[in-house]
Design a protein around this ligand. Structure first.
Ligand SMILES: [Zn+2]
Length: 281
């Protein structure tokens, strides 16, 4: 295929979108659903997100007048309605992220549908809003889940990595994520054991992210970060987040947008290009 450079609004060279997966303890609850654990450590560590991390992140975003996108499992809205209301009150976009942070590849289609029905109802009630974008828990997707997205009138998906700018998965805008711009691969640490590495220095991670940003400008990409309040709400990482925002705001080549705005732009400006039919062969 021709190597087209994606064109952004106002002649900007790239788009920047900050996203937060406000998971709290939900992945832990999902993982231990059949074998309830008496271990409180990770549970409490994750609760740091809805108790403190989220509010510190909201403060920083407010200070720099950045609107972001928060993907939130339904159960977090049930457990921490005030935190979720604050996210909405600050003008951020809220997207769906499962009910209990279920891995969709481990569910039947009916079970996937139930997570949508349940979480949509919670957010509709809480926010008075009816249309939502979606990010799959753990960034795993199935063909059946894409069918469910269409049946539930979801306006975009943000779980896949097939391009580094928006594209179409059948008739749905895909707002692509990538592992390099996820805080979890650098900082997620819930104790020792095999395969467990100490968290990295936030300054080193920010340096890598800044390099990726420079590359995105060259190739017309979407610089979409994914952070988790229970991970990036920690003190030194927040200071680096602040530095990252300052760095990005100094650059006049950036179009800032929420994921919903990126999806709307893609719909209106690229109705025919970057179309992919997804499949497993
Ligand atoms: Zn998540």
């Amino acid at each position: 295929m021709e190597n087209l450079i994606y064109q952004w609004p106002q002649g900007k060279k790239c788009a920047v979108s900050l996203s937060f997966d406000f998971d709290g303890e939900s992945p832990y609850l999902w993982r231990t659903r059949n074998t309830p654990s008496n271990m409180l450590g990770e549970w409490e560590q994750r609760r740091f997100g809805p108790r403190q991390g989220i509010y510190r992140i909201l403060d920083i975003l407010k200070k720099y007048e950045v609107r972001a996108t928060f993907f939130i499992p339904g159960v977090i809205a049930e457990k921490y309605p005030q935190a979720v209301e604050q996210v909405a009150k600050h003008g951020h976009e809220i997207g769906l992220h499962g009910y209990l942070h279920e891995r969709v590849d481990q569910l039947t289609k009916t079970e996937v549908e139930e997570t949508f029905t349940k979480s949509k109802e919670i957010f509709e009630r809480l926010l008075g809003k009816k249309t939502f974008g979606y990010r799959s828990p753990s960034w795993e997707m199935t063909l059946e889940t894409f069918e469910v997205l269409r049946e539930h009138n979801i306006i975009y998906d943000s779980s896949m990595m097939g391009y580094d700018h928006p594209y179409w998965v059948d008739d749905l805008p895909e707002i692509p994520v990538q592992w390099l711009l996820d805080d979890a691969i650098f900082f997620r640490y819930t104790g020792g054991g095999p395969g467990s590495y100490p968290p990295q220095n936030p300054a080193v991670v920010m340096d890598a992210w800044k390099q990726e940003f420079e590359g995105m400008k060259r190739y017309g990409g979407l610089f979409l970060t994914t952070m988790h309040p229970w991970i990036s709400g920690r003190a030194s990482r927040l200071m680096e987040l602040e530095q990252l925002i300052l760095f990005l705001q100094r650059d006049s080549d950036v179009w800032w947008a929420t994921c919903e705005e990126v999806a709307a732009y893609h719909r209106s400006h690229y109705p025919d290009q970057f179309r992919e039919t997804i499949g497993v062969n």
